[in-house]
Design a protein around this ligand. Structure first.
Ligand SMILES: Cc1cc2nc3c(=O)[nH]c(=O)nc-3n(C[C@H](O)[C@H](O)[C@H](O)COP(=O)(O)O)c2cc1C
Length: 174
């Protein structure tokens, strides 16, 4: 099996991160992989905001539950991640959601290829405009007219990961 396919087949979502920091070099490499994702009509309007500022991360995980019913605020901390990549695009651009999903997968795979774990955290897509959330996003440098479609939470896994639990079907019609 070639290395690219093996990387795809062995990536898993990580939901428990250690305190070990990812190097700036690896963060740049992972973000660059996101930058090179396909983009509808090559509009390239998305932005990847790399957040390692602990105060901003805390402001985000503290604010988000205020705008989302049912989230357990006391347990909500992006699984302890110290590195977030906020993947955003213009809020009025419907296809931006799809562009951002492509960016996210590139980020997850690039991270895995250098031994960094990751998980998609979904809650900003519905809360980006909550007042306290937006203030933190502004301070992080996310453009004011952007919605954050994906938080890619990154870090080193603090526990072993299991096998894939479920797998979707492939159907050949020949
Ligand atoms: C659109 C989307 C939204 C997701 N949202 C979350 C989330 O908010 N929190 C989370 O822990 N995982 C989230 N995930 C990760 C999935 O739960 C995970 O990919 C799935 O369980 C399969 O596991 P795997 O990534 O290890 O293959 C999301 C994944 C996708 C594609």
């Amino acid at each position: 099996m070639n290395a690219v396919i093996e990387n795809i087949l062995t990536r898993r979502s990580i939901r428990s991160f250690s305190d070990k920091k990812i190097s700036r070099e690896d963060l740049e490499l992972i973000a660059k992989a996101g930058q090179y994702a396909p983009s509808a009509m090559n509009q390239q309007t998305f932005q990847i905001t790399v957040v390692t500022n602990e105060d901003i991360i805390k402001r985000l995980y503290t604010a988000i539950p205020k705008y989302m019913e049912g989230l357990n605020a006391s347990a909500y901390n992006f699984y302890g991640s110290k590195h977030l990549m906020l993947i955003s695009d213009k809020a009025d651009k419907e296809i931006g959601q799809m562009d951002c999903a492509c960016v996210a997968e590139n980020i997850f795979l690039a991270a895995h290829s250098v031994g960094v774990g990751s998980v998609w955290v979904n809650q900003l897509r519905n809360t980006s405009d909550g007042e306290e959330v937006r203030a933190a996003l502004n301070d992080a440098g996310v453009p004011a007219d952007h919605k954050v479609w994906v938080i890619a939470a990154l870090g080193y896994a603090s526990a072993p990961v299991g096998d894939k639990e479920k797998i979707a079907k492939i159907h050949f019609c020949e």
